[in-house]
Design a protein. Structure first.
Lengths: 310, 247
């Protein structure tokens, strides 16, 4: 559905996207993960037909984004990061206008259906200028979904939403991703883990990693981590836990809190709990520690720098 | 064509929800109406009875003058605001060609001015009922054709400049400056230079209206001139939008 090969984009002397290549299939939700300024928005804009690349090729639904831009735009639903909307129109009028530009038959019915899909049917007559950030995000999403596109490109679709809205929007995206191709960008790792089938990590215009969220995390971390909290001082416990099979490292954090690492795939939790109890401590809390995006980035960029030095 | 109509329709509606457009329309019609009224009063208070009856050019003449200043106000927002608000990104990723967007914007503003021109028809109709044996039909036709052509060209120039800016006031002042040059100033060098002055004469919009269409003379070259300026404006506007993509 989406084919990108050797894509490069320069803004003057600055190279925003540098020779990236990837593909996305139908029924796949592909996550674009990276810090701000990594080149996510630029790549998405090129795929949405907003601007041509400096070098390289990209096609969406079989059409080239430069030479067959209009065909691409017909088949793509795009939600820009800033969610630009005509604030002087009502929600309904705005969506009807976009439906007309897409030559949708029964435009009004389609607008009503889409408003229902994003849960905005009761705000159809309100002016966009009076809507909250979350509501505008939904209108933007409705605009991208109006024509039931084959490919959906969403730039930071959950940014600025409150937690319950985030859940709603993720649910909608997952629903759509069952049959269509979705490319979404985020800088929140947990979001990518929850919605995406596959993740591309992009940094400084390069793709630095590409895999399923679970594999990515496992391969990057090399070991899994957990923490436990007990009542009182825990210093004496370190040695006991270190002896548990599978544990590779134990480190005190703050008073009563220990962080431990263990080989991936080995469930050490039960044994750690038992050891703690047997040592006479009250176990207050124990949970796995996921690796944050920051950690992954630091690790990836470190590896990259190491490669360069070689 | 359909996209042009969709975009034009939206712009036309937006004019009627903005105070600026109403003010522009009101000023045009009241200035034109005041000049019309003064002419009629002048005529009826003539102590020597009936003189030369005024013709339609007393309506279309001032209207062309008013358009020099009001067309920039009507076009400044059209594309500059889309860039400032970021909504241009929506338009450029919708299945709409760049020129369709520009022509649609222009057509929306053109429809608004056509509405204003339409309302101004009350003056010639009033005049027609006052003078015997009625007004000169051909002059009526050619001066209204003239004002419509002038409006089309002014608005196209405005749209093309609006496409180059993201600040609507920059677009306003540059458009007005250019129209003042093309309407009032460009004829002057023609009188100074003995050779090569013809080019300035050729470009002089003012004389192509006041000395021709507004006097009942329908010249193909004048019509072609105004249509060419319109087409050129829309072409430059489309090119300006196109170059935005490459930045």
């Amino acid at each position: 559905m989406i084919r990108v090969s050797g894509l490069t984009k320069d803004y003057g002397a600055r190279r925003a996207v540098n020779d990236i290549t990837f593909e996305a299939e139908q029924g796949e939700i592909l996550g674009f993960l990276g810090p701000n300024g990594a080149g996510k928005t630029t790549t998405m804009r090129i795929l949405a037909g907003y601007m041509p690349p400096t070098e390289g090729e990209a096609s969406v639904a079989g059409y080239d984004v430069v030479t067959e831009s209009i065909e691409v735009r017909r088949r793509v639903g795009y939600l820009p990061e800033t969610v630009p909307l005509y604030t002087d129109m009502t929600v309904f009028d705005y969506l009807k206008f976009m439906a007309d530009l897409r030559h949708l038959p029964n435009g009004e019915d389609r607008v009503d259906e889409t408003l229902e899909l994003v849960g905005m049917e009761d705000r159809a007559e309100g002016y966009i200028g009076n809507l909250s950030k979350g509501m505008r995000q939904r209108v933007g999403l409705a605009q991208a979904l109006l024509h039931r596109p084959e490919v959906l490109i969403l730039d930071e679709p959950t940014i600025g939403l409150d937690p319950s809205q985030v859940v709603d929007v993720r649910k909608i995206i997952r629903e759509i991703g069952k049959e269509r191709t979705v490319l979404l960008s985020t800088h929140i790792l947990s979001e990518a883990q929850q919605i995406c089938d596959r993740v591309l990590i992009i940094n400084k215009g390069h793709i630095v990693a590409e895999d399923t969220p679970a594999n990515l995390q496992a391969s990057l971390i090399g070991s899994e981590r957990g923490m436990l909290r007990v009542r009182g001082e825990a210093d004496d416990l370190i040695e006991a836990i270190n002896k548990v099979k599978g544990i590779t490292h134990v480190q005190p954090k703050e008073e009563g809190v220990l962080e431990f690492q263990f080989a991936p795939g080995q469930d050490v939790r039960a044994e750690v709990a038992r050891t703690t109890m047997q040592a006479g401590y009250d176990l207050l809390e124990m949970r796995p520690i996921g690796m944050s995006l920051e950690d992954i980035f630091l690790q990836l960029t470190r590896e990259e720098n190491a490669d360069m030095e070689l | 064509m359909r996209n042009i109509w969709t975009i034009a329709k939206r712009e036309y509606k937006i004019y009627f929800s903005s105070p600026l457009a109403y003010i522009v329309m009101l000023i045009i019609l009241s200035v034109v109406g005041a000049i019309f009224a003064l002419n009629i009063i002048n005529l009826t208070s003539n102590p020597f009875g009936m003189g030369q009856a005024p013709d339609v050019s007393i309506v279309t003449g001032p209207m062309a003058f008013m358009l020099v200043f009001s067309a920039p106000a009507l076009t400044m927002r059209l594309l500059a605001d889309e860039q400032r608000m970021g909504t241009l990104e929506l338009m450029l990723t919708a299945p709409v060609r760049d020129w369709e967007l520009v022509v649609g914007k222009w057509f929306g503003s053109f429809l608004f001015v056509l509405t204003t021109i339409g309302i101004s028809l009350i003056f010639p109709f009033a005049l027609n009922s006052m003078v015997t044996p009625g007004i000169d039909q051909q002059l009526m036709l050619s001066s209204y054709l003239g004002i419509i052509l002038v409006a089309a060209a002014f608005l196209a120039i405005g749209v093309s400049i609006s496409a180059m800016f993201s600040n609507q006031f920059s677009a306003f002042f540059l458009t007005m400056g250019l129209l003042v040059i093309l309407w009032f100033l460009i004829g002057i060098p023609a009188q100074i230079f003995f050779t090569g002055g013809e080019i300035f004469d050729y470009l002089n919009m003012n004389s192509r209206f006041y000395n021709s269409l507004n006097q009942g003379i329908i010249n193909l070259s004048d019509i072609v001139y105004f249509l060419s300026i319109t087409a050129l404006g829309l072409f430059i506007g489309s090119a300006a939008i196109e170059t935005r993509r490459w930045r």
